[in-house]
Design a protein around this ligand. Sequence first.
Ligand code: CP3
Length: 370
Amino acid sequence: PPLDADHPLASGRTAASPLVRAANGQRSERLPVWFMRQAGRSLPEYRAAREGIAMLDSCLRPELAAEITLQPVRRHDVDAAVFFSDIVVPLKLIGEDVDIVPGRGPVFANPVRTPAEARQFAARVRARAEDPTLFAPIDEAVRRTVAELGETPLIGFAGAPFTVAAYVVEGGPSKDHLRTRTLMLAEPDAWLELADAIAQLSGAFLEAQVRAGASVVQLFDSWAGSLSVERYRASVKPSSALALARVHALRTPTGDGVRTIHFGVGTAELLRDMHDAGADVQGVDDRIPLDEASRRLGGTVPLQGNIDPAVLGAGREVREAHVRDVVRRGFDAPAHILNLGHGVPPEADPQVLTDLVTFAHTLRGDVPPE
Ligand code: CP3
């Protein structure tokens, strides 16, 4: 079925926002800017709201998740909210034993290592992924959030199959995801079952957020940069494409689609293949300039990025010169969503982020800076 008639895109509330327009390849006078991990430990109001509540528990309390999602919008005047959740929340919802350890990241009690374990895991995931009640707390949190957001779009997100698998297989954060990469080489059939099952669950998570009111979604393949182009193409891209296709199948009652962003770290060599997986906007980290990224994509793809998070700790002059340079290079693409090259570091000064948004809004989205 189509999206509800009162969906923010369908009712026109967010369709003309600078962010949604950029995702459609159109430039606006206002340059859209938001930050990955804008909701989180850099904000004192976030730390206060989370006091004594475990990360994954906070994601499953709709009122709290909505409040945390709205905090950076109120504080920084960013052009989008990003839903407060995590890439492992869908696995928590289907009953997997996963925890997010502060300062470390997602940890799975029963890592998936053998082909038999991969197949059992995939079967568990597929048995639950389409349960219509699975995402009830997500549905409620998103509805509460968009009711407060007005014309500001909400970005939903999910983890791409490889990045989620890099936690499921390793059992926790790892440097080079060696076991995961070994599984895909040694047991390609079991790997594909695992990756496609995660794609189905991440796709269902994305669809739940869009149906509840998200206007754009981002697929995070944060760790794809540890793969060769050949391995990405053969073992990862098809599953990521499945998750994205699920969103592209959705329509407003008047037939408009929902735009997608695809992001990974250290993916300069993968940009073209990541784009081929089907997203509308390519996210770019800070290791490659946007003009070069655009060249690699044939100059036709809207880009998101790529302020070096390290500049948040530098003085105002250095910071603003860097942001101006990023924005100037972004004019080589048809449209640009300004963002960091990766998430906001927890130690970032929130006032610096607010000032950065103010500065970005003195530049224009439709005319290059000097
Ligand atoms: O503001 C936002 O960007 C929305 C919220 C968001 C979170 N996780 C909340 C969170 C998003 C988009 C994510 C995605 C996510 N989670 C990714 C992909 C994005 C990326 O950063 O590359 C990944 C790899 C994860 C897995 C994960 N979850 C990690 C590595 C960590 C950090 C662990 C730590 O404590 O340093 C988490 C926990 C997490 N997810 C936090 C937040 C706000 C920190 C939890 C806390 O406050 O203790």
